[in-house]
Design a binder for this molecule. Structure first.
Ligand code: PRP
Ligand code: URA
Length: 207
């Protein structure tokens, strides 16, 4: 498994805003949107392209467009805050959805929604979820994708815990992870430390 940490001052500054417990939900959402732009920008550095002829007002030249636009899959709820920014950079993409809620006691993901194409063979997939903690939610989500034939999955998250990365590595999934930070550890409640708290609640309020 390949893991890329996007180590950039603008990404670190947005992440700091998100970490700060005093940050209001509207500012948190804006910082997540902007951080997502940076993470998706890095994730698409090696994306498949094709060349085609165009005319500028002055001359003929060769243009570039995406050869195989990805399927974007925000993991509800918290991943919703990354969806619009990713779609903005990749207007040719399609979007599927997976809804997961982590049980507060067992920390296991409970699936409550899935809306994905039947066949993902040959299709790159970008999974959007700000938090990779135990890795249970992303392991479940990637499992849904590989069952449909996906072999090229990029997980894009704001923060990752070493425990979750280890779990995904050991699961031997066909993924790469792009994140703005690998934090220290998980606490007894399986929250990332120092982390940013509950990414869903910080965007949308506690439900
Ligand atoms: C959060 C987060 C991930 C998951 C990470 O979602 O957005 O999906 O927890 O934890 P894990 O790596 O230990 O599985 P949560 O289940 O809290 O739901 P929400 O997005 O609706 O708030
Ligand atoms: N989910 C979150 O939203 N935050 C964490 O730190 C862990 C799981």
């Amino acid at each position: 498994m390949q893991t890329l940490v996007v180590d950039h001052p603008l990404a670190s500054a947005r992440l700091t805003t998100m970490r700060d417990a005093r940050t209001e939900p509207s500012v948190f959402r804006a910082a997540l949107r902007e951080l997502t732009l940076m993470l998706v920008y890095e994730a698409t550095r090696t994306i498949e392209i094709e060349h085609y002829p165009i005319h500028t007002p002055v001359a003929r030249t060769t243009g570039v467009r995406l050869g195989n636009p990805p399927l974007l899959v925000p993991v509800l709820r918290a991943g919703l805050g990354m969806a619009e920014a990713a779609f903005g950079l990749l207007p040719e993409a399609s979007m599927g959805f997976v809804g997961l809620a982590r049980d507060e006691e067992t920390h296991q993901p409970r699936a409550y929604m899935e809306s994905l194409p039947e066949n993902l063979t040959g299709r790159p997939v970008f999974v959007l979820d700000p938090m990779l903690a135990t890795g249970g939610s992303l392991q479940h989500c990637v499992g849904l994708l590989t069952q449909r034939g996906a072999t090229d999955v990029t997980v894009i998250c704001a923060l990752a815990a070493p425990e979750g990365l280890r779990r995904l590595e050991e699961a031997n999934l066909p993924i790469r992870v792009i994140t703005a930070s690998i934090d220290e550890r998980l606490n007894d409640s399986a929250y990332i430390v120092p982390g940013l708290g509950d990414a869903g609640d910080r965007q949308f309020g506690a439900v």
